[in-house]
Design a protein around this ligand. Structure first.
Ligand SMILES: Cc1cc2nc3c(=O)[nH]c(=O)nc-3n(C[C@H](O)[C@H](O)[C@H](O)COP(=O)(O)OP(=O)(O)OC[C@H]3O[C@@H](n4cnc5c(N)ncnc54)[C@H](O)[C@@H]3O)c2cc1C
Length: 391
């Protein structure tokens, strides 16, 4: 797609909805990731927080795009969904690890930025924007994944604060994060209205956890809360408004999960598009086989339409347009499903060599699976879209 040095062949059309400045941000993020961030990502321990990578994301002036100027960032206020998508799309094409590091800083800290007291925001956001503090978003539990309202972690009143007890699972950056946005039940039996959000420092007494190894390397683990005391000043929003706090962040980030997927699809497409010229068989290149060239055409068409859906949803979010729910769910589901199939097609076109451990497509094949599940599984997005078709 880009006419940048990383992808000299077969540029796909750039979405017409985006302007030259946005194109420049995409190109810059891609170039910096290839030249600076990917080598740093390679030096980290797979599946663990890579602090030098986070610092580099900040010093290379990418992470600050997620945060307001007043707190060490680049945005007038909140991150525009379109900027978030441009960064995730571009960075993912060159390094999924750098992409995840950037995105999780935003997901983990936005509840603090949007719903924390001025003191909490001042304490944490400049550090997170500078890549010095690592953030985590602690919502999921064993019995509360898609059905988050079933959460069992409790927060009981204790003097001038709360005591949190329970276990969170699948928490990106846990157990190493420096601060978590934690969601816990303050009112039993009150469903979504009984959940409250808290900022919990990673060094709080009673907080523990373990790393979890996934199919693809992703810094993720469990978080145990054993009577963790959290002062009242660490409340995020009003008591009982925790789901509102969570959904505010998740709705800003939803189109950008699609952008992450599109970036991985782009990487796979570029590898395949190059490989079919290099690979000789039956007296010519693979591209000469019509079935191969048509498969590439189909991959290009699907990748392009997924990208359009992502930037349409992001632009709608930034403008406050209508049908946002439909657009965001469609973008997330379409892009993550499309990326999976494009990576699979690219593997097919490469043959056995793509399955060798460490091949870029072998890594993408494992990496592309998770976004179809987290932040609202595809099936859940279909359920949401189905509801949007009536009334
Ligand atoms: C790489 C990764 C990173 C993650 N990071 C975080 C994080 O930072 N913070 C955090 O809190 N969580 C995180 N999660 C957890 C993630 O949000 C959950 O995995 C997700 O919400 C799904 O929950 P579950 O895995 O328990 O699946 P379940 O809720 O058990 O769902 C399993 C399947 O059931 C079907 N299903 C369930 N409900 C419905 C429905 N209503 N309609 C239709 N079909 C349905 C779908 O096919 C779904 O995939 C992460 C997960 C992964 C894989």
């Amino acid at each position: 797609m880009a006419e940048s040095p990383m992808s000299p062949i077969a540029p796909l059309p750039w979405p017409a909805i985006l302007d030259d400045d946005q194109r420049a941000l995409y190109d810059r993020a891609r170039r910096i990731t290839a030249e600076v961030l990917a080598p740093i990502a390679d030096t980290g321990q797979p599946g663990r927080v890579n602090r030098p990578l986070l610092r580099a994301l900040a010093t290379e002036d990418l992470l600050p795009y997620l945060f307001p100027k007043d707190y060490g960032g680049r945005q007038p206020e909140r991150v525009r969904a379109t900027d978030l998508c441009l960064l995730r799309d571009a960075i993912a094409t060159e390094s999924t690890e750098a992409e995840t590091a950037l995105a999780m800083q935003g997901l983990g800290s936005y509840p603090i930025l949007e719903s924390g007291s001025p003191e909490l925001v001042e304490r944490w956001i400049p550090e997170v924007a500078a890549g010095r503090a690592v953030a985590g978003f602690a919502l999921s539990e064993a019995a509360a994944g898609s059905d988050v309202v079933a959460m069992e972690t409790t927060a009981e009143r204790d003097g001038d604060g709360y005591r949190l007890s329970g276990e969170k699972l699948w928490i990106s950056n846990a157990p190493e994060a420096d601060v978590y946005s934690v969601f816990a039940r303050t009112a039993p039996g009150e469903g979504s209205r009984g959940i409250t959000a808290f900022a919990v420092p990673g060094d709080s007494p009673g907080l523990g956890g373990d790393w979890t190894e996934l199919l693809a390397h992703h810094p993720i683990g469990s978080l145990t809360l054993d009577g963790v005391f959290v002062p009242e000043g660490n409340l995020l929003g009003e008591p009982g408004h925790g789901m509102r706090v969570a959904l505010k962040t998740l709705s800003r980030f939803r189109p950008s999960v699609g952008a992450f997927a599109v970036g991985m699809g782009q990487a796979a497409f570029e590898l395949a598009n190059r490989h079919v010229d290099e690979r000789q068989a039956f007296g010519g290149s693979l591209r000469n086989l019509q079935v191969v060239s048509h498969k590439l055409a189909d991959m290009a068409m699907r990748l392009h339409s997924a990208r359009l859906a992502v930037y349409d949803a992001a632009a709608a979010f930034d403008r406050g347009d209508d049908r946002l729910t439909f657009r965001s769910s469609a973008a997330k589901a379409l892009a993550t499903e499309t990326a999976q199939s494009i990576v699979d097609d690219a593997v097919q076109l490469h043959g056995a060599r793509a399955l060798v451990a460490g091949h870029p497509l072998e890594l993408l094949y494992r990496e592309v699976r998770a976004p179809r599940i987290y932040e609202g599984a595809t099936d859940v997005q279909l359920e949401i879209i189905a509801r949007e078709l009536t009334g």
